[in-house]
Design a binder for this molecule. Structure first.
Ligand code: FPP
Length: 271
């Protein structure tokens, strides 16, 4: 939600998406850190620390499995309502994570970027984010996006405000141009989410990439985030590969099935 980005200031519609990475885009709502810690009699922050290790593990796995983009939900705009001690411990953890991961990202070809608002994050964290993004910007093997102070509804409202402005200037607003606006506000042009995973058994979207997940396949697992490993990601991908994505249309398989049903019906009816 960087309303001061240059595209916005100059009143131009963001450029159409070009050079888009067409490999799989997987998004994860990382849930269950608190419960993981509680089960072990540990403070919640110990769960978040274990969650950070899981992010590292799953990033490695995503790279090995050939995923193009991995977006992880690390801190929602509603998470500010958590106790101050937990919030500040999380901010320090994000900072330390970025420091830790820089070298690995460069070695492994991982581009790191952060989506969400930055104006409410501590300056020392914003600086580290900007540094990580700058240093890893040419890496292409995997694009790891961390959502921090992110709210999908807020992003959509911000894009709608920009759209109003564009419309006043005579630009046509349609799905594609609106999507470009939304992406630009999150500083990235990436394809829609193909597979959305949520851990810990909760069955909600929690204001995470609502527009981008319009046709995402949803996968819920009871595994708590700190326990999530490569095998779990592989299971989710296996399940994904068995889904028939039709985007509201009818595919040959569905047509064949429909024809078969029609023939069976005709036979039963003796037509
Ligand atoms: C949800 O679990 C998790 C969070 C709000 C924080 C996510 C943070 C991490 C995974 C750790 C670090 C991430 C990075 C990118 C370094 P919860 O606390 O709501 O768990 P609960 O529902 O069991 O209480």
């Amino acid at each position: 939600m960087d309303s001061s980005s240059s595209e916005m200031e100059h009143g131009n519609l963001p450029q159409p998406i070009s050079g888009l990475d067409h490999r799989l885009h997987v998004a994860i709502i990382m849930d269950g850190n608190g419960r993981w810690a509680k089960k072990r009699g540990l403070p919640r922050i110990a769960g978040h620390r274990a969650g950070a290790h899981a992010v590292r593990r799953v990033t490695d796995a995503a790279r090995e499995l050939g995923i193009g983009t991995l977006t992880v939900f690390a801190f929602s705009s509603d998470n500010w309502q958590r106790p101050v001690t937990e919030v500040s411990a999380l901010m320090r953890l994000f900072h330390r994570y970025l420091r830790w991961e820089m070298g690995r990202c460069l070695k492994d070809g991982v581009r790191l970027s952060v989506i969400g608002r930055r104006d409410r994050l501590p300056q020392w964290l914003v600086k580290e984010i900007e540094h990580s993004e700058e240093v890893t910007r040419h890496e292409k093997r995997l694009h790891l996006r961390v959502a921090l102070d992110y709210s999908s509804r807020d992003s959509i409202v911000a894009a709608a405000r920009q759209a109003q402005h564009m419309k006043d200037e005579g630009f046509d607003i349609d799905r594609d141009s609106f999507q470009s606006l939304l992406s630009a506000l999150n500083r990235d042009q990436v394809k829609d989410v193909d597979l959305l995973i949520r851990t810990s058994g909760e069955l909600r979207l929690s204001d995470f990439m609502l527009w981008e997940c319009a046709y995402a396949e949803l996968y819920f697992t009871s595994v708590l985030w700190p326990d999530f490993k490569k095998e779990h990601l592989s299971e989710a991908l296996d399940e994904y590969s068995r889904r028939d994505r039709r985007y509201g249309a009818v595919k040959e398989t569905a047509l064949a099935a429909a024809a078969e049903t029609q023939a069976e019906t005709a036979e039963v009816l003796g037509d």
